[in-house]
Design a protein around this ligand. Structure first.
Ligand code: HEC
Ligand code: HEC
Length: 460
């Protein structure tokens, strides 16, 4: 009798311990379970992505083409009204029949690399240092002067202009190259009712002071991932997140439902993209040496590659990864964004999505890693050698945005190390959210071992 009480007592303690450690998202990597996705048609998805009307408001075509030089590259080989537009804009019909030009996903999810457009490569050349409010106000003034049947032009542009002029002053980065999509998403939802998606000129949520900078993940990684975004908080139906750009100009849930019905196809397209293969010779013996190191030190988080590829889908807690914390802490210091989303239209219907915060980051697949510099979720590390040796990471580094050069040997951007902060072309890792600390897993190796690892990474 006595014995069973003692056993029971210990069992109770153990149970309490498990309960406590289970709740504490603490010191062990956490596996992310898959969620159900819709199936779709990749070819249709691509066509919708580059010609579709997921934004239904924009600058009137006639005004846009007057103000912008013709783009003669036509990288996407589009026809008709899109033929002479840059790849990251699309001509669409507004609901009132007017032709307008709206930005598309390739603003952030494509980059011209060595003269070719790579769709799905995160654009690491974006420039958020400029306030676009002036341009929006200028367009508004011009369009409001129109009379007669021309007033339809202003009508077609109104949602776009109102949105841009409201958010532009809050969407400014101190340096070029980082992306402010997280801030953009925050600003957009803060002006919309979560259920009806109706716009409000009033800000409905407190605005955080800090503006979070990120890099842009490559689209070809998503097919392996069970959660979206650097901190892995995007769960449930991915299409619901893919369509979020629609919040820029959406008029209500009827429009959202129509746009949503295309994003199963867009997901199918994104899942079909392969990374560009490394285009130069690879030293096979060195790569084999590197693979041995990778299998011993990196595989447990980043998976294996080649014929029997595996990917563990792990969230790595802050206590282990130790990289800049701003992106995930924002979800706890300013939970309004997650609260908005988790009670919004996006969580309704038969393919809901939800946001699940975590104190840490997903260990990403490394396919095509040679071409996706700069590295880390905030783009703070210019090349792979510095990624694998924290001691040589530059605090201030400068690259050219007008004539960017890439290093194929040590994959990453050509850059100059600076001794102090400079103009907007100098990445400044001392700014809040821009730190290059953490991920010390490559530090223990010799220079030779690191070069072998890099040779192997080129094969992924
Ligand atoms: C203003 C820039 C911008 C635009 C426009 C944009 N995105 Fe993104 N996208 C980002 C950034 C930045 C992230 C990463 C954010 C994070 O993880 O915190 C992201 C993340 C994603 C991801 C997640 C990838 C992963 O591996 O987790 C997908 C997929 C995606 N976007 C698809 C789209 C689609 C489709 C569109 C157009 C309908 C679009 N995006 C428009 C900037 C943008
Ligand atoms: C404990 C898990 C873990 C181990 C071990 C690990 N990594 Fe990582 N790795 C991560 C996480 C998490 C990130 C994302 C960090 C961030 O962006 O804040 C990352 C990021 C990276 C990146 C940059 C990805 C990008 O697109 O910016 C590279 C390259 C990389 N790791 C290579 C390696 C190599 C090579 C090894 C072995 C020497 C290794 N990692 C070991 C978890 C790990």
């Amino acid at each position: 009798m006595k014995k069973s009480i003692v056993v029971g007592f210990f069992a109770a303690i153990c149970f309490a311990f498990v309960t406590i450690t289970g709740k504490y998202n603490g010191d062990e990597p956490e596996h992310i379970a898959p969620s159900k996705q819709r199936t779709g048609n990749a070819a249709k998805g691509f066509n919708y992505l580059i010609t579709g009307d997921y934004l239904k408001s924009g600058i009137p075509y006639s005004l846009y083409t007057l103000a912008t030089p013709k783009d003669t590259n036509n990288f996407l080989q589009r026809t008709g009204n899109n033929k002479n537009l840059q790849h990251d804009f699309t001509a669409v019909k507004a609901p009132n029949g007017e032709l307008v030009v709206a930005p598309n996903c390739l603003q952030c999810h494509a980059q011209v690399f060595d003269g070719k457009l790579v769709v799905g490569l995160g654009n690491s050349l974006s420039d958020y240092t400029v306030n676009r409010e002036g341009a929006a106000l200028f367009a508004e003034t011009l369009l409001k002067k129109l009379t007669g049947s021309e007033v339809k032009k202003y009508e077609a542009a109104r949602n776009f202009i109102v949105s841009v002029k409201t958010i532009a002053p809050q969407l400014i980065a101190p340096v070029k190259g980082v992306n402010l999509a997280d801030r953009l998403a925050y600003l957009l939802v803060s002006h919309r009712d979560p259920q009806t998606l109706q716009w409000s000129d009033q800000n409905l949520m407190a605005l955080p002071d800090d503006i979070i900078p990120t890099d842009v993940p490559a689209w070809w990684l998503l097919k392996k991932k069970n959660a979206m975004f650097y901190n892995g908080f995007g769960r449930g139906d991915f299409g619901r997140f893919l369509m979020a750009s629609n919040l820029l100009t959406v008029s209500g849930t009827a429009e959202a439902i129509e746009v949503d019905s295309h994003f199963n196809d867009v997901l199918a397209y994104i899942n079909s993209i392969q990374p560009p293969p490394y285009p130069k010779p690879i030293d096979a013996a060195k790569a084999t040496e590197g693979k041995t190191i990778f299998m011993a030190s990196c595989k447990k988080c980043h998976g294996t590659y080649g014929a029997d590829a595996t990917y563990p889908n792990l969230l790595i807690p802050a206590s282990i990864i130790k990289t800049d914390s701003m992106l995930y802490t924002a979800n706890y210091s300013n939970p309004q964004f997650i609260e908005w989303f988790n009670k919004s239209w996006f969580t309704t219907g038969d393919h809901p999505a939800k946001l699940v915060p975590y104190r840490g980051y997903i260990a990403p697949p490394l396919d095509g890693i040679w071409v996706t510099a700069p590295y880390m979720h905030n783009g703070s590390v210019p090349n792979l050698e510095a990624m694998l040796n924290s001691k040589i990471r530059p605090a201030y580094w400068q690259r050219s945005f007008s004539n960017p050069g890439y290093n194929y040997d040590i994959p990453g951007w050509n850059f100059i190390t600076k001794t102090e902060p400079g103009d907007s072309e100098v990445y400044n890792t001392t700014l809040k959210g821009y730190s290059n600390k953490g991920h010390y897993f490559g530090d223990k190796f010799s220079k030779e071992e690191r070069l072998a690892l890099i040779e192997y990474l080129k094969t992924l």
